[in-house]
Design a protein around this ligand. Structure first.
Ligand SMILES: C[S@@+](CC[C@H](N)C(=O)[O-])C[C@H]1O[C@@H](n2cnc3c(N)ncnc32)[C@H](O)[C@@H]1O
Length: 273
C-alpha cells in the first residue's frame, strides 16, 4: 500500500479506500447519520483509530486467537470494535483516579464499559483495568498487539514516555505489533504545551524506536501537504467546542495551531523482532 503505516495525518489519507472503510465500520453510528463519512468530517482521531486497525490487520494481529492491549485508552472506540475480531482486549487507563482525566477515563468503565458505546461489540472479550502506563502489570511477551492513541503525550516528561515505551516493548510478544498515535510538532519549540508533549522526528527515533529490538513496519513519512496545512484549526476554538460539548465547528480537524506551535498526529507501527 502506498500510504504506509508510519506517517503524519494528512487530508489525502481520508480518501484512502482502506482507511475510509475502517472509519466507516468502527464509527458505524456516525456513518448512519453522515453517509459520506469521513468526507467533509475529516478528524484526526478517526484517522488514528483507522491506522491502528489497519496496522493490526496488515501485520497479523487481527485474528481470532490474538490478545491485544490498549494503553491510556479511556473510552476509545477501538477497544469495542476489536472485541468483534480478536480473542481478548485488555483496556487500561487511570480509571480509578484519573484526576484531570475523569472525563476521558471515567470510573464507570471498570464496571459498565458498554454504557455509552452504541455499536455491536462482545462484552466477554473486554477486560478493563486501572493501570499506569509506566508500570504495566503483565508478564513479558504477553500481547500480540498494543495500541495507544492520543495518550503518550500526556504521560509526563520525555523520560516518562521512554519508560512507557520500555514497558510496551517488554509486554509485546516477538512478532507483535505496536500501533501508537501521538502529537507531531510541525512548528514551535520543543517545550510543547502545558501537560502535552509535542514530538519531532528525533523523539520518534530516540524515544519511540530507541535501541529496543523492534522495527518500523514501513518507512517513516513525515511530510504534510499544503492542502492539509491550509485547514489548520485554532486550539482555542477546539477547546471551546469541547467545553460546549459540541461536535467540531469546522473540518478538516487535522492540524492545530496554538501560539507558535503547529501540530498534527503521527502514527507509528513497530514490529518486535
Ligand atoms: C487525550 S486522552 C485519550 C484517551 C483515548 N486514548 C482516546 O483517544 O479517546 C489521554 C488519556 O491518557 C490517560 N493517561 C494519562 N496518563 C496516564 C498514565 N500514566 N497511565 C495510563 N493512562 C494515562 C488519561 O487518563 C486519558 O484517558
Amino acid at each position: 500500500m502506498n500510504r504506509g503505516f508510519n506517517k503524519t495525518c494528512t487530508l489525502e489519507d481520508f480518501s484512502d479506500p482502506e482507511l475510509v472503510a475502517i472509519i466507516r465500520d468502527v464509527f458505524a453510528h456516525e456513518s448512519a447519520v453522515f453517509p459520506d463519512l469521513p468526507k467533509g468530517r475529516e478528524f484526526r482521531k478517526h484517522w488514528e483509530i483507522g491506522m491502528a486497525v489497519a496496522s493490526f490487520r496488515e501485520f497479523g494481529a487481527l485474528r481470532p486467537d490474538a490478545e491485544l492491549l490498549g494503553v491510556g485508552v479511556g473510552t476509545e472506540p477501538t477497544m469495542y470494535w476489536l472485541t468483534n475480531h480478536v480473542r481478548r482486549v485488555f483496556a487500561t487507563d487511570l480509571y480509578a483516579g484519573a484526576g484531570d482525566w475523569t472525563d476521558t477515563a471515567p470510573p464507570w468503565m471498570l464496571t459498565n464499559p458498554g454504557r455509552d458505546w452504541p455499536n455491536v461489540w462482545n462484552r466477554r472479550r473486554l477486560v478493563v483495568q486501572h493501570m499506569n502506563a509506566l508500570e504495566l502489570e503483565y508478564e513479558d511477551n504477553s500481547f500480540d498487539g498494543i495500541f495507544s492513541c492520543s495518550s503518550l503525550e500526556h504521560f509526563g516528561s520525555r523520560s516518562d514516555v521512554r519508560r512507557a515505551l520500555d514497558e510496551m516493548f517488554r509486554v509485546l510478544k516477538p512478532g507483535g505489533v505496536l500501533a501508537i498515535s501521538t502529537e507531531f510538532r510541525l512548528e514551535g519549540n520543543r517545550t510543547g504545551l502545558p501537560g502535552t508533549l509535542l514530538f519531532d522526528e528525533a523523539d520518534i527515533q530516540q524515544i519511540m524506536l530507541g535501541s529496543r529490538s523492534w522495527d518500523l513496519a514501513t518507512p517513516l513519512s513525515l511530510a504534510v501537504s499544503d492542502e492539509t496545512l491550509a485547514g489548520a484549526v485554532s486550539f482555542e476554538e477546539a477547546i471551546e467546542d469541547s467545553r460546549l460539548g459540541r461536535i467540531w465547528s469546522r473540518y478538516p480537524h487535522i492540524v492545530l495551531r496554538f501560539g507558535e506551535h503547529l501540530w498534527t498526529s503521527v502514527h507509528l507501527t513497530l514490529v518486535k523482532r
